[in-house]
Design a binder for this molecule. Sequence first.
Ligand code: BGP
Length: 484
Amino acid sequence: MNTENAIQFPEGFLWGAASAAYQVEGASAEGGKAPSIWDNFSQLPGKTKNGTDGKVAVDHYHRFREDIQLMAKMNLKTYRFSLAWSRVLPNGEVNQEGLDFYGALIDELIANGIEPVVTLYHWDLPQALQDEYGGWESRETIQAFLKYAEVVFKEFGDRVRYWVTFNEQNVFTSLGYRWASHPPNVSDMKRMYQANHLVNLANAEVISLCHRLLPDALIGPSFGYGEVVPETCHPQDVVAAMDANLFNNDWWLEVYCRGTYPQRIMNVLKQLDLDFEVTAADTATLKAAKPDFLGINYYHGGTVRRPSATVMNEKNLEMTDPYLMAADGQKETPEHLLFQSVSNPYLAKTDWGWEIDPVGLQIALRNVYEKYQLPIFITENGLGAFDTLTSTDEIDDDYRITFYREHLLELANAIACGVPVIGYCAWSFTDLLSWLNGYEKRYGFVYVDRTDEDVRELKRIPKKSYFWYRDLIAKNGQQLTEEK
Ligand code: BGP
């Protein structure tokens, strides 16, 4: 289906932009804030690009009023941001200055007609919880998370309607516990699956808590979703893509939406001794919680083929389920025998090699909705690029406008196909710190003048895409039709 002549976004569609505390706030040791795991991890040699960190970031902590004025002039309807848990409860006790900061931010947004969308956890666990309990490997951390959530639900629940539980659980658990490229800097798949289970419990419990305390609020996780497609129509490639979607997407979405783990993966994990304990009480907790919406962060999907002939032949596995035949005790990675990632020759790539796949957004939205039947909120989508200032201090980021236009057309197609989409948060409003790529991988509608090494004046300069998005919002997306 296409919407050539009539692009329709729902009345009240939440046009927005998103950020995360560690990536924008700075003031990492001000206002009573304690260190988070990211404050410490970024100081480890070689972990981030040029040792970049969030000490100053783009100084949103001190400049949020200026930033919100820019948002208002852009017609932004919503702003998704995260609370730094270590600012709110630095050492387990409430820090009034931290609450006051977020209270002022929320009030300023509302005064400017901008709906706040608050993420509870965008990766910056208080370091004290990591040190004391082992972070997400301990059920104590779930209790600490619930205490923190209760504080902010009670404090801001009268003004905040939309809450996001965890940002990209799939990303922070795998980068943190498998690839050791995020804190807590661990490379151990058994520990990863265990930590992931506890985060699932925390997610479920905080949703139930929110529903108890704030019956009118809407809460859900933000998941980093990428649809996986087969490289060819070879039936084994199709099976490989099914498995990849299970491993990369439904492994989390099934738990969020149905409270159960896909049996296929549980079997594989058991075979590899990567399984983890799920008690009857855990299952009850997972099943009791139902998100009100699914937040989808969409950057790109993936393409896979069946495992190489070598792997298949070595194990004499052609045309059968490799896990039924795998030798006892082998320590392969779970994905190894099921699918191999390949690049998609039909797609262009960003300066950082990420595939650009707007149609993949339509596919993702339609599939997720068909399976899980929940309203969807696009909580992130954007393009990381090198932006350059012209001699007259402008940024002609036509490539970013093209990126957004193409993705929003596909979003409109998904809506036209019947997917209820609440809103769309571009990543990001201002330029900000990229976790591992420093300050030169720019995502914002607003340029922030700083480099990895030099904080400079942090001057804000709206880019060409800023004005394009402003006009788009003013006409609730109609401009996309005119531009076609
Ligand atoms: C998402 C994160 C964001 C943001 C974005 C861009 O996974 O939720 O916080 O960082 O990716 O990623 P990067 O900065 O690595 O380009």
